[in-house]
Design a protein around this ligand. Structure first.
Ligand code: BTN
Length: 251
């Protein structure tokens, strides 16, 4: 499982493969604390025993079938409140890489990747802050590639759509090419293009849907995100803003 990524400028040049680990995000954090890391470093694994998902959930993945990796970035030109942009570009990169496999994917706010109403990838970005600036970001991505069966409904993989196996490292390289393209936009301050790209693939945007705010069900239209990444939903009466834990999507 070794490869040199020739198509990227600086992402993935330091590549570490682990047949098994608790969590690639955790491994990255351990290395960061121990010896420091170079921006663009990647750790990828065939299997995680304690794969971490959002909101304290586990991330489960069959051994040797999927992409499980973490990428180290130092987005120090971003303010702490702009950390959501890292989530967005990771999601956009996955959508672009899936597009090259012939799949049309959407991003369910904030950054779950869906193909035809089923989740195909999850992203967990863990950041550290220095004053008001972002210091480090560990971008963990789990993308379902060659797994042919899911015990839970609501999950899918590339293979379930294309019927064939995909080379995971080729896919990782493609994904990194896209991520680098978006990350360089962040580095050069071209943020509006990123948001426009996000809105093009944002699931349910511009449609009337039902949500729950923890107290009651309500109907509204997703407008986009505010400048800290909170979800904006327009109801009949007003514009409402939500953090991740404050809302669930119903139908
Ligand atoms: C989610 O809940 O949707 C986010 C899932 C993120 C999973 C990936 S797999 C690689 C990296 N290591 C982890 O422990 N989690 C992320």
């Amino acid at each position: 499982m070794h490869k040199y990524f020739a198509k990227t400028l600086f992402l993935g040049k330091n590549l570490e493969y682990l047949p098994e680990c608790h969590s690639t995000n955790q491994e990255m954090l351990i290395r960061l604390k121990a010896d420091g890391l170079k921006e663009g470093a990647i750790i990828y694994a065939d299997f995680q025993t304690k794969g971490r998902g959002q909101r304290g959930n586990a991330w489960l993945s069959e051994r040797g079938k999927n992409l499980l990796f973490s990428l180290y970035l130092t987005p120090r030109q971003l303010m702490a409140r702009q950390a959501y942009l890292i989530n967005i570009i990771a999601g956009l990169a996955v959508v672009d890489a899936l597009g090259e496999c012939g799949l049309s994917a959407e991003l369910k706010w904030p950054n779950d990747v869906y193909v035809m109403d089923q989740k195909i990838a999850g992203i967990l970005v863990e950041t550290s802050i220095d004053g008001h600036q972002l210091e480090n970001a560990i971008v963990g991505i789990g993308l379902n590639v060659n797994q042919g069966y899911y015990p839970l409904t609501g999950a899918t993989s590339i293979k379930l759509h294309t019927g064939k196996d995909t080379d995971r490292l080729d896919l990782l390289e493609d994904l990194l090419v896209h991520l680098e393209k978006y990350y360089l936009k962040i580095k050069s301050g071209q943020l509006s293009g990123i948001l426009a790209g996000y809105y093009r693939v944002m699931r349910w945007r511009g449609e009337l849907h039902h949500f729950n705010d923890g107290h009651q069900e309500f109907e509204g239209e997703i407008i986009g995100v505010d400048d800290t990444g909170r979800l904006l939903i327009k109801t009949k009466e007003l514009m409402r803003r939500f953090d991740v834990k404050e809302i669930s999507f119903l139908y």
